[in-house]
Design a protein around this ligand. Structure first.
Ligand SMILES: NC(=O)c1ccc[n+]([C@@H]2O[C@H](COP(=O)([O-])OP(=O)(O)OC[C@H]3O[C@@H](n4cnc5c(N)ncnc54)[C@H](O)[C@@H]3O)[C@@H](O)[C@H]2O)c1
Length: 269
């Protein structure tokens, strides 16, 4: 029976909701984050929802912390069946303004954090014939303006997921990649970028989502059970992805118009 899951970024937002969704199925959960207070709150909610598990502080930028977490999963659960690489941070800013440090930080958390998570837990997943769920973003598919470093990190997560999908099929390890559009969480708290006006714009986009983090966790659960690789929880995201495949130039025109509007709004007053 498969019932052991590890989730990074489980102290808030989507990671917490994924934990609760799986807890309701009676799973045992390893919950990791740099936010220890958030982790404790998630564990209390998980227990109330019927799950059990443990929390461990883990910065996904540090491979030794991920291998220590894998070791803890081994000792407490005898391994895991599902790995959810969800931890992530927000960034924004036009390419000309983003520093190389902004790039390094974004790639270290949002891309290399996922690479390191997969590497640390692969031996356990090979043994359990388990599955990997990587949380990317619609930014992996659409590359909107004013967030090139985020777009590249998330496109990297999708490319990694596709690479693992084909490499690991023979080993019976399944792979899923989740690409949500904006939705309301605490993601803005981690925002880093050269232009404060851009942060406010991202905040508005998060607020505008028609669906919640809990809805997205539900959708992920349903699509994982159905065996879907690419999981697009927003209806508008599914439509935009179809448009990009049919007529990419139309989408680039829309994005270029959006860039003009964003640049006008981001001017210092
Ligand atoms: N909210 C959105 O609009 C949106 C859209 C698409 C994709 N996503 C992705 O969803 C995932 C979850 O984000 P969220 O929206 O729930 O945000 P959130 O800020 O509420 O949760 C992210 C969690 O990741 C943790 N985290 C950050 N850096 C970390 C690190 N180095 N090591 C370990 N944990 C770390 C944070 O402490 C936080 O608890 C992220 O990968 C994000 O990029 C979010």
């Amino acid at each position: 029976m498969q019932n052991r899951i590890m989730i990074t970024g489980a102290g808030s937002g989507l990671g917490r909701e994924i934990a609760l969704r799986w807890a309701r199925e009676g799973w045992r959960l390893a919950l990791a984050d740099v936010n220890e207070a958030g982790l404790r709150e998630t564990l209390a909610l998980v227990r109330a929802a019927g799950g059990e598990g443990f929390v461990q502080r883990c910065d996904v930028r540090d491979y030794s912390q991920l291998t220590a977490l894998a070791q803890a999963c081994e000792e407490k659960f005898g391994g895991i069946d599902v790995l959810v690489n969800n931890a992530g941070v927000a960034s924004g800013g036009f390419f000309a303004e983003l520093s190389l440090e902004d790039w390094d930080w974004q790639i270290a958390v949002n891309l290399m954090g996922v690479v390191k998570g997969c590497k640390a837990f692969l031996p356990q997943l090979e043994r359990s014939k388990g599955r990997i769920i990587n949380v990317a973003s619609m930014a992996a598919l659409m590359q909107g303006p004013g967030m090139s470093n985020y777009n590249v990190a998330k496109a990297g997560v999708l490319a990694l997921s596709e690479s693992l999908l084909v490499e690991l099929r023979q080993l019976e390890v399944a792979v899923h990649c989740v690409c949500p559009s904006f939705f309301q969480t605490n993601l803005l708290e981690s925002f880093r970028g050269p232009n404060p006006a851009m942060k406010a714009q991202v905040g508005k986009l998060l607020e505008g989502s028609p669906i919640s983090a809990a809805d997205i966790a539900d959708y992920i659960h349903q699509q994982v059970v159905a065996g879907e690789f690419l999981i697009l929880p927003h209806e508008a995201g599914r439509q935009a992805w179809q448009l990009k495949r049919q007529a990419p130039e139309r989408l680039y025109d829309e994005m270029a118009d959006m860039a003009v509007k964003m640049r006008a709004k981001a001017q210092p007053r």
